[in-house]
Design a protein around this ligand. Structure first.
Ligand code: NIG
Ligand code: FE
Length: 410
């Protein structure tokens, strides 16, 4: 073993032996544990009592700290310029999100600011926001484009996301979200824009390996099912994963469409109906809850948590960090909101930001659990019990993050 961590209270988030992997069956805590790491991967998990570490050159005594898998934020719009505090003000005076969007504000306001910004400016802005997330133990993050809406500007955003991924203390998955809003150049020609995405943007993004997945905003203020289906087909033809912003403001059946085409996740899903839940159950698609956007927009329609639970659909939780609906760079806050607003248990909430978040990114085989063979991505906390992660907000409980076996102290 290259490195050994001893005296850990390990919260593996592994399914307990003899139960199927999708059972929601406990944190799987191991007291007084040891982890061995070789080449950035977990090579050994055992009890401190049973290993002789005498003379080992790299032993880190964690003094009974709580160790969870590194936190994974599987849905963010981290890269953009400007902010929309003015719209926050407008909404508090009673103007709805959709009305602001239809009047050219909303996503398009951020598009204007983002197009005008350089790669360097976008990088610096995103790095600051990322600091907030890291303080909550984040080791992996998904970052979407979607505020460029031209080939050149979407690529610019994805390049910035890729360069953030070159930092050694964070892993980045990138997602093309060109179908986020209709750009002014294509006003009254949504199908023309969809053609452009399918025949020009996706092929270039795939060829330059700038994205792992393709996302769409399937909504009455976004794109229709037929349009989303075309984007998904083009993405799949280019070997990219697919996912969707679906059933956020209305029920369009977008989740069912995404599930039928093999989406790794559908996100928001406040308006998901029973047929949608069944579709996710069949396809193994993750239901990603975005409680920050729900809270910030003061939504009243709740995602169908009980039905998802009964159907054993894995539920992930993400920040959806963005300037319009969730300017909140805190995964602890998201975990707390998932419990207080959506009535998830703290254990479901931790699964939501670890193993299920990894699954939402199609990375469930290598991240999101503390398990032999998986990446040594960990969060080390000054806490007694994992329930406290969802319970308390704003206290600096994080001691360190570990990414591929390397330590980054808080
Ligand atoms: O996930 N729903 C669409 N996209 C974002 C909001 C983007 C924005 O308002 O800038 C979301 O909520
Ligand atoms: Fe989003």
């Amino acid at each position: 073993m290259d490195r050994v961590l001893t005296n850990l209270k390990l919260v593996t988030m592994q399914p307990i032996a003899n139960q199927s992997a999708d059972e929601n069956n406990g944190y799987h805590i191991i007291d007084n544990a040891v982890i061995g790491i070789i080449n950035g991967k977990i090579s050994y998990i055992g009890s401190s009592d049973h290993v002789d570490l005498h003379g080992h050159p790299d032993v880190i005594d964690c003094q009974q700290a709580l160790v969870t898998p590194g936190i994974i934020d599987c849905h963010t719009h981290l890269i953009f310029a400007g902010n929309r505090a003015n719209e926050f003000e407008q909404r508090l005076q009673g103007v709805p999100y959709e009305t602001i969007a239809k009047a050219g504000g909303g996503i398009l306001a951020t598009v204007q600011a983002t197009r005008a910004a350089s790669e360097d400016e976008l990088y610096e802005l995103a790095i600051d926001r990322l600091e907030g997330l890291k303080r909550d133990g984040v080791t992996s993050i998904e970052i979407k484009s979607g505020y460029g809406l031209t080939l050149e500007d979407e690529i610019k955003m994805l390049r910035v996301a890729k360069s953030i991924g070159e930092l050694e203390d964070i892993k980045v998955s990138t997602t093309l979200l060109a179908a986020h809003a209709l750009p002014p150049e294509y006003q009254h020609n949504a199908d023309g824009y969809i053609d452009h995405i399918c025949t020009e943007i996706i092929p270039v993004v795939a060829a330059e390996k700038l994205a792992d997945a393709v996302d769409v905003f399937c909504e009455n203020i976004g794109f229709s099912n037929q349009q989303c289906e075309r984007v998904y087909a083009a993405a799949l033809a280019h070997g990219l994963k697919i996912k969707g912003h679906t059933e956020q403001l209305s029920n369009q059946g977008g989740s069912q469409l995404a599930a039928s085409m093999g989406a790794t996740s559908v996100d928001h899903i406040e308006y998901l109906d029973d047929a949608g839940v069944t579709a996710l159950q069949k396809s193994g698609t993750v239901a990603t809850l975005l409680p920050g956007a729900f809270y910030f927009l003061r939504e009243t329609q709740y995602p169908p948590i009980d039905a998802l639970r009964k159907a054993k659909v894995p539920m992930a939780i993400a920040s959806d960090f963005n300037p319009g609906t969730s300017p909140i760079a805190s995964m602890r806050m998201m975990m707390n909101l998932a419990c207080t607003l959506f009535r998830l248990t703290p254990e479901e909430s931790l699964r939501g930001v670890t193993c299920h978040a990894a699954q939402a990114l199609g990375l469930g085989e290598s991240r999101g659990q503390i398990r032999v063979g998986m990446d040594a991505d960990l969060a080390i906390w000054q806490l007694e019990h994992p329930t406290e992660l969802s319970y308390r907000i704003g206290v600096p409980d994080l001691l360190a993050r570990v990414v591929d076996g390397e330590f980054f102290y808080a």
